[in-house]
Design a protein around this ligand. Structure first.
Ligand code: SF4
Length: 335
């Protein structure tokens, strides 16, 4: 299932003929998760983000205590750190999304912290609770590349073998070890390569979605092109892009206050995301093209809370260029 980028893939020369403003949508340019699920199931499938109460080895002292310099999990956990029981979170999320979109099928998205960081029996207990909820057809499990031992991957593979939709979401952020060290990730690219190989070895067939951050300290668009090229070479099925935002309660916030870090401006993010989409083979599913943080903790950049402005900007940029996903492969200068 893991798709591997190959330099022998043809470079699409054709361009989209005059996209008409207002008649095309983002999924006309990008293989979006929503569209991929719609094609597979014939109806909408939404992720329900939950905080299952796990911790993280980069916070509990196993690897470190401070965590990644940009991490304040409140920024992506709607339930804060005293989460409701898993079934309650799913009930609430499902009701909101079902009212808004009419969706009936969902993936339980284990999002906050490191969702494979526990004994496999405990992991199974929490995953099983999620899968027992009405409408939940599978799991998306967010984790670090150094926290996916064989017994955890086997567990996820068993769910998949039983017909569940399963995604392993690996937070890599960048393929540059010096940047990973700079943001105190506590792992390098080597751990990511091992995780990917493990996900596809023997009889495993686990779809992997890799998370990348644009605008990490010291990184330019060129770094992101190289990162994309490296992860494509390892093989993967999905991607998530996220702007680095500065939120309260992080070391990055202190660096930003001291003027040591400046987030990317909106236009740079949009253009770089569009470049990456063009460089991504079209069978790879984009689960997300931007990210937001709660207003009460977001310090900068404020544009990242205007999700639709960012998404519309990416769509318009691709339309204006007359391109779409997969229309240009990584250039040699980017390797
Ligand atoms: S970003 Fe993820 S890996 Fe880093 S400290 Fe936070 S929970 Fe841990």
């Amino acid at each position: 299932m893991l798709l591997r980028w190959s330099s022998s893939l043809p470079c699409h020369a054709e361009k989209i003929i005059s996209p008409r403003s207002g008649t095309m949508t983002l999924s006309d340019y990008v293989n979006t998760f929503g569209q991929a699920m719609l094609s597979r199931y014939g109806e909408r499938v939404h992720k329900l983000a939950i905080d299952a109460g796990f911790t993280c080895p980069n916070r509990d002292g196993s690897l470190g205590r401070g965590g990644c310099t940009f991490c304040n999990n409140v920024s992506f956990s709607p339930n804060g750190r005293r989460p409701d029981p898993i079934n309650t979170q799913i009930d609430k999320g499902r009701n909101v999304i079902a009212r808004r979109t009419g969706a009936k099928k969902f993936l339980a998205y284990f999002q906050a912290y490191t969702n494979t960081y526990d004994d496999p029996r405990e992991l199974q207990r929490r995953y099983d609770i999620a899968l027992a909820q009405p409408g939940v057809i599978g799991l998306a499990v967010g984790t670090r590349p150094d926290c996916v031992p064989d017994n955890v991957l086997d567990l996820l593979q068993r769910y998949r073998d039983n017909g569940h939709e399963i995604w392993l979401e690996l937070g890599l952020q960048t393929a540059f070890d010096d940047t990973l060290e700079r943001v105190n990730r506590g792992h390098g690219f080597a751990e990511y390569k091992i995780a990917i190989k493990s996900a596809q070895k023997q009889k495993r067939n686990l779809p992997v979605c890799t998370h990348l951050i644009l605008g990490l300290p010291g990184e330019s668009p060129q770094h992101t092109y190289v990162t994309l090229s490296r992860v494509l070479n390892e093989g993967l099925d999905g991607l998530k892009l996220h702007p680095l935002h500065v939120v309260k309660g992080t070391r990055l916030a202190n660096q930003w206050r001291r003027g040591e870090y400046q987030p990317w401006p909106l236009l740079l993010y949009i253009n770089t995301a569009a470049d990456l989409i063009e460089m991504t083979p079209d069978q790879i599913v984009y689960h997300r093209l931007t990210g937001t943080a709660a207003n009460n903790i977001l310090l900068s950049p404020h544009w990242c809370n205007r999700k639709w402005k960012v998404l519309n900007g990416i769509e318009r940029t691709l339309a204006k260029r007359g391109t779409r996903q997969g229309m240009s492969l990584p250039s040699e200068s980017a390797q």
